[in-house]
Design a protein around this ligand. Structure first.
Ligand SMILES: [Mg+2]
Ligand SMILES: [Zn+2]
Length: 186
């Protein structure tokens, strides 16, 4: 079995720009939370292929007072419901509620959110794909000892253009659907 792939594997997704449309003005309302084309089906496909799917997301809109917990929970209920309707499951969602100046250990590029998932699942993140659209997702993955994967949705195309040398060899896919297809085939 390839590292992290196949039945029983864990895959960790960023949220904004990977699963749903991102916004420079923050995704603040349930209405603004719009899945990217194919992303729900991709999560369901991963899940049906035996992957445990977790989400790790920076949500500084909470610290900035742009978003409340109730709205965030509603977004995640919607995500879970949509995925369930395709026969899949989002197993766990962890969120950093802090702002960039709070000095927390969970806001990506820090590895805290990923380490929280590692503790929850009682496993190392070696070989676990962490799929993101921003450099900080890749940096968090590397810092947690996981396997960074970039998608070109959200900030991803720009991230790819400016990719530091350390990440030159990581897999890059057009979107979550393409990444999921590759993972399910591995
Ligand atoms: Mg993102
Ligand atoms: Zn945090």
């Amino acid at each position: 079995m390839s590292a992290g792939g196949g039945a029983g594997g864990l895959v960790i997704l960023d949220r904004d720009g990977v699963i749903n449309r991102d916004s420079a003005q923050f995704v603040k309302t349930l209405d603004e939370w719009r899945p990217l084309p194919g992303s729900i089906e991709a999560i369901a496909a991963l899940s049906r292929a035996g992957f445990t799917v977790a989400v790790a997301s920076n949500q500084s809109g909470l610290a900035r007072g742009l978003l409340d917990r109730k709205t965030l929970r509603a977004m995640h209920r919607k995500l879970r419901r949509l995925v369930a309707s395709q026969g899949g499951r989002v197993d766990r969602i962890v969120v950093c509620p802090h702002g960039p100046d709070d000095g927390c250990r969970c806001r990506k590029p820090a590895p805290g959110l990923l380490e929280r998932l590692a503790r929850h699942y009682g496993r190392s993140l070696a070989g676990v794909p962490v799929i993101g659209d921003s450099l900080r997702d890749l940096e968090a993955a590397a810092a947690a000892g996981a396997r960074p994967v970039l998608v070109r949705t959200g900030n991803g195309a720009r991230t790819e253009e400016q990719l530091p040398d350390a990440f030159r060899d990581i897999p890059v896919y057009d979107d979550l659907a393409a990444a999921a297809t590759a993972l399910c085939g591995s």
